[in-house]
Ligand binder design. Structure first.
Ligand code: ATR
Length: 283
């Protein structure tokens, strides 16, 4: 009997990862025989864990927080989008050559445009946060030619650095949270890690345009604080990042196995019993 192809997600912490379930659902849908596991790997153990996984016949890896930069450094070859974002979330061996890609940005974009039907062209977009998550989504967002992207971050210098890095791709401004005018945005994306500590960035009222949307790159079994903030601010749509998670996983699956799973039934299944996809404004 041929052994199943083995994939894994490395991260720390990892116990709550939904990736094994998502990839098992993809494999079932496409009649593929794969094993996908989650491994708790600290950054200092990354190199050894990668080598051990490969020695055991592993085919490809996903890397999540805090390993995306280490995966970027480890890859022998990078896709253009991985190089631009400075982070890798998908690794694949081509013989012994390790190819690194980043599917986060395209995953977000597919969720926003295909699943939620939003257009980013000529829109005013606010990105909260200037860490790895923000860097991973900026390129694909700017490709959609929004009118303007404002990056707001607690540490202004990091927002400025990010704005400089992507300046050639569109109109980007960097501000601190205290400099955020209550100028309305069509889309506000939360790419901060504040939710992990049960916080949201300090935001003034009036930031959400009429018909505007809020999107949290994080997700949880309950609506996140930011999703609730968006709802309270009257957003037409305020949703978490579960759709992005499934879409970035489908892109990784495509890279590894050459076939793209249908994401909609998987998103619907993961939503079952959890919060509804969107919180519509009542007025
Ligand atoms: P990730 O890869 O998840 O983006 P990161 O690179 O450590 O992780 O970045 C975390 C982001 O969340 C940063 O923008 C950080 O702000 P600073 O650059 O000022 O550190 C932001 N962040 C974390 N905790 C926050 C909080 N309590 N309030 C606001 N922003 C926060």
């Amino acid at each position: 009997m041929t052994p199943s192809d083995h994939y894994a997600v490395f991260g720390h912490p990892i116990s709550h990862s939904k990736s094994p379930r998502i990839h098992q659902l993809f494999a079932r849908q496409l009649n593929d025989d794969i094993v996908y596991t989650a491994q708790d790997v600290r950054p200092e153990c990354f190199e050894v864990a990668v080598r051990t996984f490969r020695a055991g016949g592993g085919k490809g890896l996903n890397c999540t927080v805090p390993l995306k930069e280490a995966a970027f450094r480890r890859a022998d070859e990078l896709s253009d989008r991985a190089r631009l974002s400075g982070a890798v979330n998908t690794l694949m061996w081509r013989d012994e050559h390790l190819f690194g890609d980043n599917t986060d940005g395209v995953g977000l974009l597919r969720d926003l445009t295909l699943n939620l039907g939003l257009s980013l062209e000529d829109r005013r977009i606010l990105i909260l946060g200037a860490g790895g998550a923000a860097r991973g989504i900026l390129g694909p967002i700017l490709e959609q030619r929004p009118e303007e992207v404002v990056i707001a971050n607690r540490t202004l210098s990091r927002a400025r650095e990010l704005a400089r890095r992507f300046a050639s791709l569109g109109t980007i401004t960097a501000v601190g949270f205290d400099q955020l005018e209550a100028k309305p945005f069509d889309l506000i994306l939360n790419a901060t890690a504040a939710g992990l500590k049960g916080e949201i960035p300090p935001l003034p009222d009036g930031l959400v345009a009429t018909g505007g949307c809020c999107y949290d790159l994080m997700y949880g079994d309950q609506p996140t604080l930011f999703v609730r903030w968006g709802r309270a601010q009257g957003a037409k749509l305020s949703t978490d990042g579960l759709g992005m998670l499934v879409e970035q996983a489908a892109e990784a699956y495509l890279i590894w196995r050459g076939r793209r799973p249908d994401t909609r039934p998987v998103i619907a299944l993961l939503r079952q019993g959890g919060q509804p996809r969107q919180t519509e404004r009542k007025c």
